[in-house]
Ligand binder design. Structure first.
Ligand SMILES: [Zn+2]
Length: 193
């Protein structure tokens, strides 16, 4: 069945869109379940900053979604899952499950998260790119999520687009392409030949 992706930076209304797509299913005969990574500690369930909520099942990985047959599987914060979990999504699609996944597309270096890249390679029917307001210039065109450590952009590469802990170690800002910093700050002004 079809894969729907909702991608974008933080504060771009991804959860709101996931809620608006999936919450009506509560009143339908359509069997469904929404998964969230157990690594996601901020909320219990999908909660939009503008209100609204979805009941979620917290899991370490998506393998248990294969154990029951539901018609629709939702995945929140999909960038926190692994490539193996994207393999599970592929299996769900093959057996006729509709999958709706939302998450950050770009990591702290401005590159696609490996599982998000793999999801795009599954050939989604719909990809919605959300924007948010840039926390620096206040334009409504933020595409990136800047990770800050003690107030400074954290741009050190991690293994395989690994997700950062969501435990308060880092702070996050939505930023447009112009305001996003992807290189470490230079100590000296660059010399040109
Ligand atoms: Zn900006």
């Amino acid at each position: 069945m079809d894969l729907t992706l909702i991608l974008g930076p933080m504060k771009s209304g991804k959860s709101l869109e996931l809620i608006s797509l999936l919450s009506p299913l509560r009143y339908s005969n359509t069997t469904h379940r929404v998964y969230q990574s157990a690594r996601h500690v901020r909320d219990t369930g999908v909660v939009s900053r503008t209100g609204g909520a979805l009941t979620t099942t917290k899991v370490a990985d998506l393998s248990e979604s294969l154990a029951e047959e539901v018609e629709v599987v939702g995945v929140d914060e999909v960038h926190m899952f692994s490539l193996a979990d994207v393999g599970v999504v592929g299996q769900l699609l093959s057996r006729g499950t509709r999958v709706v996944a939302a998450g950050l597309d770009l990591d702290h270096c401005g590159e696609l998260f490996a599982p998000v890249k793999a999801l795009l390679e599954l050939g989604p029917a719909t990809v919605t790119y959300r924007r948010s307001v840039c926390d620096r210039c206040r334009n409504f065109n933020a595409t990136h999520t800047q990770v800050l450590s003690a107030g400074e952009p954290f741009v050190e590469p991690l293994g395989r687009s690994q997700a950062l802990p969501d435990d308060g170690t880092f702070t996050y800002e939505a930023r447009c392409r112009s305001c996003f910093v992807s290189e470490p700050a230079l100590m000296d002004s660059p010399r040109r030949p």
